[in-house]
Design a protein. Structure first.
Length: 315
């Protein structure tokens, strides 16, 4: 008997009307675009404000491609037509300018000549933007289905390697603290072995910024074959990982070459993980509160006597 598929996230869901994360979506789409559409994306990212003022033929000429390709690019990023793209780019550029002020432009990377103060400013700026954009673009309906699946799961297996492994470990630790049977796998062979024990009623969640990490994609596909509900957390909604998942949770993080796939993406992923966890925890509020209190006391009670022994006489 075939398993009942939960509603899949649309690649365009929650993207048609909000300009807030348009530039992040364009950046995220770059790896999966064909060369002609990639040139359009690069022209848009190079100067969004100026691109918003160009006619469709002028943008096509700048990208050394055709008008038809520009239209395909619009549909790829979830925008219905070129006039809407121009309006969205203008709004996104205005938002960039308003949020940026005297702060560094979000596309600038760390340079060899930056002062420590400039490094701090750039990192904080980009991480705040990643959180704002991810919050704007996160499909709450898909998140709700993910919360339902995790809350009802017999077991939850989490896959991730590299920087994404730390995000997976964070979710595992949180779920374990509230009494959920959760496992995290950061090795491909161990992950594939674990999927052999999965079935309907279980959840497999994979984390990958690019969505193309084979060590993460393959275990998720194996979990799907076993009948588990599969969830992907990725920055690229058209990636192999997303295509393999029942539910797709997306981030909008613009990694720069200096910090590629390691800093901004991790912050955005952790924020989405927190949203998922709190949604699950809220479903059994009293039991969750009691479990968190017990796990806190397990550490606090062991530390307090030592602190008291070190306290000066008379305190």
């Amino acid at each position: 008997m075939a398993r009942q598929e939960p509603p899949r996230a649309s690649a365009q869901s929650a993207q048609d009307t909000s300009p807030a994360a348009t530039l992040a979506r364009v950046h995220a789409a770059l790896p999966s675009l064909p060369p002609s559409e990639r040139r359009v994306a690069e022209a848009v990212l190079a100067d969004p404000a100026q691109a918003s003022e160009l006619s469709i033929s002028a943008l096509a000429e700048r990208a050394a491609t055709s008008v038809a390709t520009v239209m395909r690019f619009c549909r790829t990023i979830g925008i219905g037509n070129y006039p809407q793209l121009r309006l969205t780019l203008a709004a996104a550029a205005a938002r960039e300018s308003a949020l940026g002020g005297e702060r560094p432009a979000p596309s600038t990377d760390i340079s060899a000549t930056d002062t420590l103060s400039e490094i701090v400013s750039k990192i904080i700026y980009n991480e705040v933007r990643a959180l704002e954009d991810s919050g704007e673009e996160l499909d709450v309906e898909v998140l709700r289905h993910a919360v339902d699946a995790v809350a009802a799961a017999r077991r939850i297996d989490i896959f991730g390697v590299g920087a994404s492994a730390f995000v997976g470990q964070d979710l595992h630790q949180k779920l374990h603290r509230i009494g959920r049977m959760a496992f995290v796998w950061t090795d491909r062979h161990a992950a594939l072995t674990a999927t052999a024990l999965l079935g309907p009623g279980d959840v497999a969640l994979a984390v990958s910024h690019s969505g193309e990490t084979e060590d993460t994609v393959e275990p998720l596909q194996a979990a799907a074959e076993r009948g588990a509900t599969t969830i992907a957390l990725t920055n690229v909604p058209r990636s192999s990982l997303a295509e393999s998942a029942d539910l797709v949770l997306t981030t909008c993080a613009r990694e720069t070459p200096f910090r590629s796939g390691a800093t901004v993406s991790r912050i955005a992923q952790l924020a989405v993980i927190d949203c998922l966890f709190v949604g699950v925890a809220q479903r059994s509020f009293d039991a969750t509160t009691a479990a968190l209190e017990k796990t806190y006391r397990a550490v606090y009670r062991r530390r307090r006597p030592q602190a008291q022994r070190r306290a000066p006489a008379g305190d």
